[in-house]
Design a binder for this molecule. Structure first.
Ligand code: HEC
Ligand code: HEC
Ligand code: HEC
Ligand code: HEC
Ligand code: HEC
Ligand code: HEC
Ligand code: HEC
Ligand code: HEC
Ligand code: HEC
Ligand code: HEC
Length: 333
């Protein structure tokens, strides 16, 4: 799945570099075009075309569940406990074409005594593309997943069954693993390791979930976020940070992630770097610069009196997220 990035790279990187050396000026522009066309015509992209609906073999008809179960009793055991097997819901597979609502009409497969390729198989080993597999589920789930096709997962051939298992689910909502975070962790290793750091959003603890902030089914926004901006996502739970404030700190209003990692960090409070450095990335030459003392700034240096003791910015500027302090814009207590 993740490996498909490699598959899409133009195959002859070495040769390309060699040509470039020989004919740098002339070829550079042409090659850029060539690389771009290789990238955009890669197999993975084509497979992601939304039009791809499963084509059952010509003349195949629906045969009904009883025929399937004769040979596939084992595969059905868990399935019968799921919502898909509940006849009471008129929109469920059980109430429509049963097994064949997902696997497609099966008469050819049955007549052949169960041959491959005559019926839709799901998962990584299927010959059908991720998009084709998703399209089959979306015949029913399109209303619940209006943004699927513009999401980051569809774009990278992650299909419904990368996260869900319809027959052998372990977690809620038929997820493949016992929890949502574990399901995501099979691919998102970096995020998963952030969650193990000392300061982290309580996701492993089950207090919030990935899908409080992201929609795995896609959104119109960056990073599959549920809101157009990072800050809107944060304000959903940390409402007091929204303001309005008399004195706004531009860096906070712009993006909470200027200072925080949304998942986890080695530094307290999800900070990407520790205090005072988190402030000094910008305020290195303020009226009381917090940089390390040196020869010119020791007791008799020019700026000596303006250095901040201990660099503990927050001791004096605790309201830096935004403040309504009557006496000015210095984010004081
Ligand atoms: C006569 C026995 C038989 C019947 C009836 C039968 N199957 Fe199969 N089916 C098999 C066998 C055997 C395989 C394994 C083929 C292989 O892996 O070589 C198979 C494979 C499959 C696969 C994987 C297909 C693939 O391309 O690898 C699916 C999905 C499937 N069956 C679903 C169904 C459904 C749904 C029905 C009812 C419409 C059904 N089967 C009826 C015997 C049967
Ligand atoms: C909601 C869609 C859906 C329905 C309904 C459904 N299946 Fe499946 N089936 C799947 C998916 C998805 C997989 C891949 C394994 C998984 O996700 O659990 C699968 C896997 C299978 C396999 C394993 C084939 C292989 O080698 O990959 C068989 C056999 C099968 N289904 C038969 C059936 C039978 C028989 C029924 C009816 C009782 C049925 N399915 C109903 C979606 C469905
Ligand atoms: C014939 C229509 C139909 C098809 C096809 C179908 N589903 Fe469903 N699915 C339903 C219905 C109906 C429910 C019950 C929940 C509801 O009322 O929305 C449901 C529920 C679910 C749930 C939630 C289960 C829970 O425990 O809350 C998941 C996940 C799901 N489907 C995934 C899939 C996947 C993946 C596929 C394709 C492999 C698929 N569905 C194909 C109709 C369908
Ligand atoms: C990247 C992982 C991932 C993929 C891919 C994915 N899902 Fe889900 N899905 C989830 C998670 C996580 C939940 C539970 C969300 C929650 O609890 O709010 C869920 C919930 C659902 C539900 C339950 C209804 C609901 O919204 O609560 C349905 C139905 C469903 N998914 C169907 C699908 C279908 C159909 C596809 C493919 C088009 C798909 N999913 C692809 C992770 C995924
Ligand atoms: C089967 C592997 C797989 C699983 C499981 C999976 N993802 Fe992904 N996810 C991907 C791939 C591949 C991308 C595209 C990454 C890229 O374009 O750099 C992606 C993209 C994303 C993005 C957008 C990242 C970006 O840079 O735009 C988010 C957010 C995300 N996934 C969240 C989740 C969540 C939440 C879950 C669990 C519910 C999950 N994923 C499960 C493979 C997976
Ligand atoms: C508190 C909200 C929140 C939660 C909970 C959350 N994320 Fe994120 N995530 C974000 C934000 C905001 C970004 C955007 C980062 C950026 O713009 O650089 C992001 C980015 C990502 C990315 C893109 C890569 C990256 O690191 O920038 C992936 C993948 C991702 N999240 C997966 C997950 C998974 C998996 C979970 C659950 C284990 C999860 N997220 C939980 C807010 C959250
Ligand atoms: C779904 C709710 C939710 C969202 C959305 C959310 N948070 Fe949180 N956040 C929490 C919870 C719960 C805690 C833990 C509070 C506690 O333990 O008292 C927390 C704690 C924190 C902490 C303090 C961590 C610590 O070690 O004390 C920071 C910093 C933080 N969040 C930043 C953010 C940022 C930045 C965003 C936006 C990317 C965000 N949060 C979005 C729920 C959320
Ligand atoms: C300029 C850097 C910076 C930015 C930008 C920033 N924070 Fe913080 N944040 C911090 C620091 C430093 C702390 C630690 C404060 C402490 O230890 O008292 C903190 C602590 C927090 C805490 C935990 C303590 C508390 O005040 O509740 C939350 C929650 C939080 N930030 C949320 C946010 C949100 C939401 C945003 C965006 C609106 C944001 N932060 C933007 C630097 C920043
Ligand atoms: C990404 C850059 C950036 C970071 C990091 C940053 N600030 Fe600021 N800060 C600004 C900008 C821009 C202003 C507005 C300056 C202006 O209006 O002239 C400002 C204003 C201030 C002011 C008010 C002074 C004034 O003249 O308005 C204080 C006090 C302050 N910041 C403290 C902090 C503290 C404490 C931290 C660390 C928690 C911090 N800043 C982190 C960019 C940053
Ligand atoms: C001992 C208390 C104290 C500490 C510690 C402190 N400040 Fe200040 N800071 C002040 C006061 C008081 C003012 C207002 C000065 C004035 O009224 O002219 C101020 C003003 C500022 C200003 C606005 C004026 C300017 O210089 O542009 C910034 C920015 C600022 N501090 C950043 C920081 C940063 C970053 C740190 C940590 C490295 C820090 N402060 C540590 C007390 C402190």
């Amino acid at each position: 799945m993740m490996g498909s990035l490699g598959d899409r790279r133009p195959p002859t990187t070495g040769t390309r570099r060699w040509i470039l050396v020989l004919a740098w000026g002339v070829l550079a522009i042409g090659l850029t075009g060539w690389v771009a066309s290789c990238t955009s015509s890669g197999g993975a992209k084509e497979a992601a075309e939304p039009s791809a609906v499963w084509q059952a073999p010509a003349g195949a008809n629906y045969v009904g569940r009883a025929a399937c179960v004769e040979c596939h009793e084992e595969d059905v055991k868990n399935f019968d406990h799921t919502l898909h097997a509940k006849k009471a819901n008129p929109r469920s597979p059980a109430a429509t074409h049963e097994c064949e609502s997902c696997h497609g009409p099966g008469s050819k497969h049955v007549d052949d005594g169960g041959s491959q390729g005559t019926i839709l198989k799901f998962g990584d080993k299927s010959k059908a593309s991720a998009a084709t597999q998703a399209a089959q589920c979306l015949t029913c789930h399109t209303k619940t997943h209006p943004d699927w096709k513009q999401g980051k997962h569809a774009a990278r051939d992650v299909s419904c069954v990368s996260c869900h298992s319809v027959h052998a689910a372990e977690g809620p909502k038929q997820l493949k693993k016992p929890t949502e975070a574990e399901t995501c962790a099979t691919c998102h290793k970096q995020v998963n390791s952030d969650l193990a750091k000392q300061s982290h959003h309580p996701i492993r603890e089950g207090k919030i979930g990935c899908s409080d902030c992201h929609n795995p089914h896609g959104t119109p926004y960056d990073k599959n976020l549920r809101t157009p901006t990072n800050n809107e996502t944060c304000y959903k739970c940390h409402t007091e940070k929204r303001g309005p404030f008399l004195w706004e700190h531009p860096v906070v209003m712009e993006n909470c992630l200027n200072c925080h990692n949304p998942h986890g960090s080695l530094h307290d409070k999800l900070l990407i770097v520790q205090e005072p450095f988190v402030c000094q990335r910008c305020h290195s030459i303020s009226r009381h610069p917090g940089t390390v003392y040196d020869a010119t700034t020791l007791a008799h240096g020019v700026n000596a009196s303006t250095r901040s003791m201990g660099n503990a910015c927050l001791n004096c500027h605790p309201q830096f997220h935004g403040s309504n302090h009557p006496s000015g814009n210095f984010f004081e207590r």
